[in-house]
Design a protein around this ligand. Structure first.
Ligand SMILES: [Zn+2]
Length: 245
């Protein structure tokens, strides 16, 4: 079974030239790729509320909702309060929010996530001063009961990925996972898997920017057995989300 644990639906701001896609498109793309369920979050110019209501119109496909945490969003606290039961994960994007995950404005939300056993997906990128994996690891050390998924395997570049996996291993951070979205360099994904084990890797595509069909072969190519691949494709994310109850 394949779950795409990182997809966006909706409208992007100028960072992606106002590009947008809808739920219907997403369901078609997922089904075509053999993906049975998806963890979806809005793009940065679509509200949580809008996407949350839109996916309800597609009951024949399983969506898990991932709420976008923009601390400047005045409707956010109310949205979380009203819908927390139906929210599976929280998403933090330091580059778009232009502040580190360790910024004080995220603290309240990291506590909500920790107290309610909601995993947090944090975007990690090449902008080291703001979106570097080191801040995500700092947060993981501070919130020991919080499960943190580092998107793009910590930074979407082989050197960053290997350094990140090395740090996770060295610091024995059992609450840190690496999401494979948008990572193309299959050899280095395999190296990272060897360092921190398949139990810590979670498949995602970063649709509507990438396609699951682009990244499923990366996981298929790993030198691990089929039950370990199953963990990456769906077992790990399901385990993290089931800790909800
Ligand atoms: Zn993303």
């Amino acid at each position: 079974m394949i779950i795409d644990a990182h997809i966006h639906i909706g409208k992007w701001s100028g960072i992606f030239f106002n590009y947008e896609s809808n739920v219907e498109d997403a369901v078609k793309v997922m089904k075509k790729a053999g993906v049975e369920a998806a963890v979806c979050m809005p793009a940065d110019n679509t509200s949580n509320d809008e996407l949350f209501n839109e996916i309800k119109k597609f009951p024949d496909f399983k969506f898990y909702f991932n709420a976008w945490i923009n601390p400047d969003d005045k409707s956010l606290d109310n949205f979380l309060k009203e819908n927390l039961k139906h929210i599976s994960l929280l998403k933090i994007h330091p580059s778009i929010q232009k502040r580190r995950i360790t910024d004080i404005s995220f603290e309240k939300y990291l506590r909500i996530a920790e107290e309610n056993n909601k995993p947090v997906i944090v975007h990690c990128g090449r902008w080291q001063e703001i979106a570097g994996y080191s801040f995500a690891l700092e947060a993981a050390e501070k919130y020991r009961k919080l499960n943190l998924i580092l998107a793009h395997m910590g930074g979407d570049q082989p050197s960053i990925i290997l350094n990140c996996a090395g740090e996770i291993k060295k610091r024995k951070l059992n609450n840190v996972y690496l999401g494979t979205e948008s990572v193309r360099e299959f050899y280095f994904v395999n190296e990272a898997v060897k360092m921190i084990s398949p139990e810590k890797i979670i498949f995602g595509s970063d649709y509507n920017l990438g396609l699951p069909e682009m990244y499923i072969p990366v996981i298929d190519s790993l030198k691990i057995n089929s039950s370990e691949k199953e963990l990456i494709f769906s077992g790990n994310i399901l385990r993290l989300m089931s800790e909800l109850n």
